[in-house]
Design a protein around this ligand. Sequence first.
Ligand code: NDP
Length: 397
Amino acid sequence: MSKTLIIGAGGVGRVVAHKCAINESVFGEITLASRTKSKCDAIAREIEQKRGVKIKTAAIDADDKAALIELIKTTGAKIVLNIALPYQDLTIMDACVETKADYLDTANYESPDLAKFEYKQQWARNDAFKNAGVTALLGSGFDPGVTNVFSAYALKHYFDEIHYLDILDCNAGDHGYPFATNFNPEINLREVSAKGRYWENGQWIETDPLSVKIVWDYPEVGAKDSYLLYHEELESLVKHIKGLKRARFFMTFGQSYLTHMRCLENVGMLGIAPVDHKGVKIVPIEFLKTLLPDPATLGARTKGKTNIGCVFDGVKEGKKRKIYIYNVCDHEECYREVFAQAVSYTTGVPAMIGAKLILEGKWKKAGVWNMERFDPDPFMDELNRQGLPWKILELEA
Ligand code: NDP
């Protein structure tokens, strides 16, 4: 029987735990561990009541490699799903190499002290994973994650060459708060307030934060302002999807979110360097996280839908072609199923699917991999089966 360790019991961790329990025959004995054990216990109770599946829980500080190694050994985990924060990616990867467990995450490593993410340090562990004979699957959420798989699928079945890629992420949900982030506030605000960046004709072009906007008519949601951001899947996609001339990422934001974010930034609340407050050192963005609603609690009050997808523009058999591959997810339906809002759901379901494909041997290959490197077909099938059905819209090329 397989044994599975999930680390992180926030909004996304809850979805992953539920979905692994639903697929218990693949995941076997499941342990949910996080810094705050009481959060794991609450989720475990929920899963037992709703699904009749018992999962174990544990306390772990995933910044502590020795403690991680010990936990992986005592649980006997064959795979570790890192659903904590990107800060923990490297320690968890190293503990997996040492214990010969497979590894998966949903977000690219970044250091708490520098608001910059890149794959360099995770890719540098490729030989270590190869030598240990274990798999590391990077970025198995929705974006990154499903967007990478959509890209591989489009190239496999719809195009000879993709020239232009636009990844579009729309959350048209309403949680009723003037300001809240739908995943970890610190990670979210670091990403959104950073400079934008896109790839064109072989080079990166930097833009001022939120200075490039398009309006996209999202099926089942409507037309929304969508702002250019730098997003981590661009780094691997421009490397692996041959023929790309341009790759960009856009995300929708409401005016209330943008006004609050600018105001917080202007007064220094997004700062990541410690400041002295009455003799105590505090990091402004960490303090802000304490004040903001916990994204894991938004599920019960969020209404509306998400629409996330990719527009591909290229050629097939000498003819121009343009398509939009996307998923629509309803916040209230997600809550009914797993007590979480759609942003946690659209991240947690692909994390479970990536791990399932590794355990089933379909995506099991020693080394460190981004999602677009594997055959997309089994993943696309699982999306339809596990709650994230996708559609394809032919557009005028
Ligand atoms: P939350 O902040 O809700 O949850 C994070 C969890 O990780 C908490 O349970 C927290 O514990 C735990 N944690 C933090 N630090 C440690 C540590 N040192 N050791 C052990 N556990 C720790 O975040 P979300 O659930 O919203 O997001 C989870 C991840 O998903 C993030 O990395 C985020 O970037 C990623 N994500 C990816 C997306 C994608 O599409 N690819 C989209 C959205 C999110 P505690 O409660 O004690 O603080």
